[in-house]
Design a protein around this ligand. Structure first.
Ligand code: DGY
Length: 327
């Protein structure tokens, strides 16, 4: 196969070997940090495929500088780092890796919910630092999940998985607000409610929507004001959905009791970010899909999407279907 691919970060060798065995000339970005836009262009300029990560901004400028490009295969479910419309206009297929990271991301979400409800991060840290004076009948108290209301914002695959674990494993009442109307969710014991009701009723809100023009900065002061007193917020989707300045206020002055975010804006946060000073905020380093299980499958699908595009076969998952016009 007379094709070249730029892989923007070291991925599992097994996945790379699949490209090499198919006769694809494969260039791998060797650094720990992602390539800059210029480095991306310099490396991908003569390539037919880019195997990208969410840390690569594949915009019009990049696409225009890669005249041979046939496929952009993102090793992620989210594709907000790619100009889908422009890629489609140029006849370039964009692949992503849905489904295989649903379980991992849902498990992380549940882990963060548990951490907040038991105040685990603080309790472990205090213990380590000699602040465990004695067992105390009315101190170090957390909250049980059973009977509490979880509000899921965005009932796609991950939202549905979180809803079902919360309801089946922990006996939570689940309500959700979603644009999508997916049949699978009918099997889940959860009730659809308006956004306002979700904000008013949920003890814990977990964000699982896409990042788009409507959701950018959506969780702002105006929304926080409508949330229940002492409620908790989790975000494992995209950092941009939360207005971080307003989150800081809602965590300092209420109504939020605590929050856990796996995603921030930017990523990583600058080391002097005020968010790091908040005792009731947990920040993890965008690890929703970071399990060996999920990342192995994601890498394999990303490679398959490249090879399928080169072989004029359907991609395992085509993210820009509605924009694609083969030129
Ligand atoms: C995704 O796939 O969109 C995740 O956020 C990457 O970890």
């Amino acid at each position: 196969m007379n094709k070249k691919v730029f892989v923007t970060r070291a991925i599992f060798q097994d996945a790379i070997d699949q490209l090499i065995s198919a006769g694809v000339e494969t260039k791998i970005w060797p650094d720990e940090l992602p390539p800059t836009t210029l480095e991306l262009i310099n490396n991908a300029a003569d390539c037919h495929g880019i195997l990208s990560m969410i840390t690569d901004h594949i915009n019009k400028k990049v696409i225009d500088r890669c005249p041979n490009l046939e496929v952009i295969s993102n090793m992620a479910v989210g594709v907000n780092n790619i100009d889908l419309k422009y890629a489609g206009f140029r006849g370039i297929k964009v692949g992503n890796t849905p489904d295989v990271l649903t379980q991992s991301t849902a498990e992380l979400t549940i882990g963060l919910i548990l951490m907040l409800c038991k105040n685990l991060y603080q309790q472990i840290d205090d213990t380590k630092h000699g602040k465990w004076a004695t067992w105390h009948p009315i101190k170090n108290l957390g909250m049980e999940l059973s009977g509490k209301t979880l509000g899921v914002f965005g009932m796609g695959r991950i939202g549905q998985k979180v809803a079902s674990i919360a309801s089946l494993a922990f006996g939570m009442k689940v309500i959700y607000h979603s644009r999508s109307n997916i049949t699978a969710k009918q099997k889940i014991d959860a009730n659809a409610v308006s956004f306002e009701k979700l904000l008013h009723l949920a003890d814990i809100i977990s964000i699982h929507c896409d990042l788009n023009e409507e959701t950018f900065g959506l969780f702002s002061q105006e929304i926080f004001k409508q949330m229940k007193n002492n409620s908790m917020l989790i975000n494992t989707s995209r950092g941009e959905i939360i207005n971080q300045k307003d989150l800081e206020t809602a965590l300092s002055n209420g109504p939020l009791k605590s929050a856990a975010i796996d995603v921030t804006y930017p990523e990583p946060l600058p080391s002097n970010s005020k968010l790091f000073q908040l005792p009731n905020l947990i920040i993890s380093p965008h690890i929703g899909s970071a399990t060996l299980d999920a990342r192995t499958k994601m890498a394999n699908i990303a490679v398959k999407n490249i090879l399928n595009a080169f072989n004029s076969e359907n991609l395992v998952s085509l993210a820009n279907n509605s924009y694609l016009q083969i030129t």
